[in-house]
Design a protein around this ligand. Structure first.
Ligand code: ATP
Ligand code: MG
Length: 649
């Protein structure tokens, strides 16, 4: 789809940057990173100003990344104190509960007090600068308080998504050598209770066998449900909060002191403990939040991610709060009580900027237009997406139906490892192409290389690398710098390898084609699985599709498609033939699917990403070798897929 959507006058009016600004800023950012980032670092408050901006090396065997290394600051003070001092009554967090009847606005002054109290409780319980604190909470304001309380005293938080099992939680406790957990009695999502504290109890027992003792558990009372309380170890937040002072001086932190550890979502293997530090991360989160969403004072900004993912870290908590924004935290799910929930919340809180994932967009698209059009959505100004390639079909639905062509869409490409958005349009500055993440953000130097690492110029497709460091880059894999170098810097020497494939078109626009592991070679034709998925999803009866390769005697690799149909559609032989013809027509005969399996559901990580490595094993008829499935959202879908596999010998 070559269609380009030019910047509309209404988007450009009042936008922080024009296309010409973007070009000038970008040019400076890559020719003089020190000058550029040194100047923009002024958007943060520094206790001690830095004298050195950038000190980074991607050299094999000597990878080292430091930004603003002699500067001193505190992330929580940057997110709270300075805004509370100026305008304490401004809303920092809008909380929208799982139950549509529950919501609350919390001011900067109030968040600051809660964070100080929680920081004081942590200190009183023996948490010291540098200690790892594991946060296992639902999407309630206390999750943000807990993160910022750690940041305030210099403890390193490790947030684990509340949907993870006791096993996954235990693995992360052990890996982070964390002896302190903050959790809740229970969570609520989609009307169902999640036994968080009970999971923590199980996880602690497992972690102890793994050599990690957990000495304290701070519990937030969310539902009032019955939980086991171990005296001396388990403490209630609402009780302890009364016993401590409402103020707490922020700990002065070196810019390169760790801020948090976050495990990647595990789509490709064992999750990695990604370590981010204080100064560069915070600056990059704030800069990207301000410009990618063109945030304007007073606006309501909503990112639907969970704080358990990096998107929640950078674009629910740190970025928006560093910018003094109003950020909405949603406890529930898009389909509860019905598929109109997101748009009902948009109207209720007059949301201006809305940021979600393709998986949510596709699911809602499958439910039809009515739940969307039933809401007014007049407040919306900018729409965003992140997490996976968005197929043009879903992009256009989002643009036309949700945004009524009034709102630019920012398709933001980035990773847990990158700390913030690396490739993205800027609203009002960048002409859009449905399905393209468009242009690099300031300071980001994407490069394409072929399999041998040879740089590819002009319009080309290959492996996506980044040539130089940016402030939000991860610094190491926690406790395993060797794995850090191996994973990201050994494939193409001297470059950061993203693991993703991409195409650069004649206009210099970037199209992410998916993970490099997901490129197929069918009879000598190389193609991204995303392309075939896109073609399948453009069929009116298909709601979602995942494509993998399997060994094929004649073609080298065969094309195996898992297809989820729209509500009410039936997976007949006739539809199978129709889909094969459809893909041939959309892409070409070489892309014709060899196998189509109708699947009621696809295996996804808890952040909604399709786990293709599992699908690959099923397509290869190796259901016994599925590997680590602990990060799956719904393990049951795998059984159905295995039972109905099309390549059974
Ligand atoms: P793991 O590294 O453990 O396998 P993961 O890669 O799924 O997990 P994340 O860091 O959450 O963990 O996801 C980053 C990946 O998500 C990117 O490398 C890319 O494949 C995909 N992605 C994110 N945003 C986009 C986007 N806008 N377009 C295309 N792909 C995207
Ligand atoms: Mg990854």
């Amino acid at each position: 789809m070559a269609e380009t959507i030019a910047v509309k006058d209404a988007w450009a009016a009042g936008a922080s940057l024009s296309d010409a600004d973007y070009r000038a800023w970008y040019e400076e950012s890559v020719t003089d990173p020190e000058g550029f980032w040194g100047r923009h670092a002024g958007r943060l408050d520094w206790v001690t100003p830095f004298t050195k901006v950038k000190n980074t090396s991607f050299a094999p065997g000597n990878v080292s990344i430091k930004w603003f290394e002699d500067g001193v600051l505190n992330a929580s003070a940057n997110c709270l104190d300075r805004h509370a001092a100026k305008d304490g009554g401004r809303t920092a967090i809008i909380f929208e509960g799982d139950d549509p009847g529950e919501s609350r606005r919390i001011s900067y002054a109030e968040v600051l007090e809660e964070v100080c109290r929680m920081a004081n409780v942590l200190k009183a319980e023996g948490v010291r600068k540098g200690d790892r604190v594991t946060i296992y909470l639902p999407m309630i304001p206390e999750a943000a308080y807990a993160m910022l309380a750690c940041a305030r005293i210099g403890a390193v938080h490790s947030v684990v998504f509340g949907g993870f099992s006791p096993d996954s939680l235990a693995g992360r406790l052990v890996d982070a050598t964390s002896g302190f957990v903050i959790t809740a009695d229970e969570g609520v999502r989609g009307g169902r209770k999640v036994p968080l504290k009970a999971n923590v109890d199980k996880a602690i027992a497992i972690a102890e066998k793994g050599g990690q003792k957990v000495g304290k558990v701070l519990m937030v009372r969310r539902t009032g449900g019955d939980v086991a309380v171990e005296p001396g170890r388990d403490l209630w937040w609402h009780e302890r909060r009364e016993a401590v002072a409402p103020t707490c001086a922020p700990e002065p932190m070196g810019a390169e002191d760790p801020l948090f550890i976050l495990y990647t979502s595990g789509s490709t293997g064992k999750p990695k403990g990604v370590l981010h530090t204080t100064g560069g991360y915070l600056l990059y989160a704030a800069m990207t939040h301000a410009h990618v969403f063109d945030y304007r004072p007073g606006e309501v900004y909503w990112c639907t991610a969970d704080v358990g993912w990096v998107t929640g870290h950078s674009y629910i908590v740190y970025g928006p709060l560093a910018n003094g924004a109003t950020t909405l935290m949603f406890e529930g799910v898009p389909t509860y009580p019905d598929a109109g929930r997101l748009w009902q919340v948009v109207d209720k809180h007059q949301v201006n900027i809305f940021y979600t994932a393709p998986t949510a967009i596709r699911a809602l698209m499958g439910a039809g237009d009515e739940p969307v059009t039933r809401a007014s959505r007049r407040s919306l100004r900018v729409l965003g997406t992140v997490g996976e390639p968005i197929n043009p079909e879903a992009w256009l639905w989002y643009y036309r139906v949700v945004g009524e062509e009034r709102c630019p869409i920012v398709d933001t490409w980035w990773q847990t490892e990158t700390g913030g958005i690396l490739i993205t349009p800027l609203p009002g500055a960048t002409a859009l192409k449905p399905g393209s993440a468009t242009r690099p953000f300031f300071g980001v130097r994407p490069e394409l290389v072929d399999g041998e690492g040879k740089p590819l110029d002009g319009a080309a497709e290959g492996n996506l690398c980044i040539a130089d460091s940016w402030p939000g880059q991860m610094r190491t894999v926690y406790g395993d710098h060797e794995r850090f170098e191996q994973t990201y810097f050994s494939t193409y020497k001297g470059k950061y390898f993203t693991g993703d494939g991409a195409r650069r078109d004649g206009d210099g626009y970037w199209w992410i084609t998916g993970r490099v592991d997901d490129v197929l070679n069918v009879s000598g034709h190389r193609m991204g699985t995303a392309e075939i998925e896109s073609a399948l999803v453009s069929h009116p009866k298909v709601s979602e599709a995942a494509v993998v390769g399997y060994p094929h005697d004649v073609k080298g690799q065969g094309i195996y498609c898992y297809v989820t149909l729209m509500k009410g559609e039936e997976g007949t032989e006739e539809l199978r033939r129709e889909l094969v013809l459809h893909v041939r027509g959309e892409i070409g005969p070489f892309a014709a699917p060899d196998k189509i399996q109708f699947a009621p559901g696809l295996p996804k990580t808890r952040s909604g990403k399709i786990m293709r490595r599992i699908l690959r094993k099923i397509a290869e008829d190796e259901p016994g070798a599925l590997g680590d499935t602990s990060t799956l959202a719904e393990p049951a879908v795998v059984e159905d897929l295995v039972a109905n596999r099309q390549n059974k010998r």
